[in-house]
Design a protein around this ligand. Structure first.
Ligand SMILES: [Fe+2]
Ligand SMILES: [Fe+2]
Length: 250
């Protein structure tokens, strides 16, 4: 398996939001809006990136198909920003231009080359897996729930893609260096869980999570990626897997 398969997967998934029914006239209740608005605008902002540095760093892997895969992956994340932005416009919510947490993540990605970029991205993808489940449960908007479901399906594959990439990056490093990188990633993950809880607790709590269960579910996703990175489970994009991947209990 190589990056060509991932590129084909992302290309085949380019119509991922075509099935969404946008004809929802229901407005969010004042309570839902109070819970969701600020948090959703931050995540919508976080989903959008031109990915200039990522594309630049991708060249360091000396695999042309990786660079072209990164481009279609970035397009998929931009689609997430686009559909969430469209939903926010329909609901009269303001988009965010800047947020400190998003700025920190963008700065971290730039600092440490390809490995740092992918590590930070994977951390964000793991958080997204739990956050969008919480958001799904925090709203009664069927449209927003449809968007969350599709984003979750996409993000599950992003976990696999980033884990596979890290596996490739680590294959060129010593065991000691890889061990240190994995330690740093654990520290980053733990810190991010606390920061996201502190910033987005309204949505996360409305989604039925406590700090403990939020941390536990994020850690479960992290360890799933850890096993893929270490080659102990498959990260290959299996088409049939997609429809069974996401189980959302409302
Ligand atoms: Fe996303
Ligand atoms: Fe993602």
């Amino acid at each position: 398996m190589h990056f060509k398969s991932w590129e084909q997967y992302f290309l085949s998934n380019c119509n991922h939001f075509d099935h969404i029914d946008w004809n929802e006239s229901r407005s969010l209740t004042p309570g839902e809006r109070k819970t969701i608005a600020a948090s959703l605008s931050q995540f919508q902002r976080g989903e959008h990136s031109e990915g200039k540095h990522f594309i630049q760093f991708a060249g360091s892997l000396n695999d042309e198909s990786y660079t072209s895969t990164v481009k279609v992956f970035i397009k998929e994340e931009q689609d997430h920003a686009m559909v969430l932005g469209k939903f926010m416009e329909m609901q009269g919510m303001e988009k965010l231009r800047h947020h400190w947490l998003d700025a920190i993540f963008r700065r971290l990605r730039i600092l440490a080359g390809l490995e740092g970029t992918v590590t930070v991205l994977l951390t964000a993808e793991i958080i997204a897996m739990v956050y969008y489940k919480a958001l799904y449960k925090a709203t009664r908007s069927e449209l927003l729930q449809q968007l969350c479901t599709q984003i979750l399906v996409d993000e599950e594959m992003h976990l696999r893609f980033q884990s596979y990439t890290l596996q490739q990056v680590y294959s060129r490093k010593s065991r000691l260096s890889v061990g240190f990188s994995r330690f740093l990633h654990k520290v980053l993950m733990a810190g991010t869980i606390v920061m996201v809880w502190a910033t987005h607790y309204r949505v996360v709590k409305a989604g039925g999570y406590t700090l403990f269960s939020f941390a536990r579910e994020n850690w479960f996703e992290f360890m799933k990626c850890e096993r893929m990175i270490k080659g102990k489970s498959s990260s290959f994009p299996v088409t049939g897997f997609l429809h069974h991947a996401i189980k959302i209990t409302v």
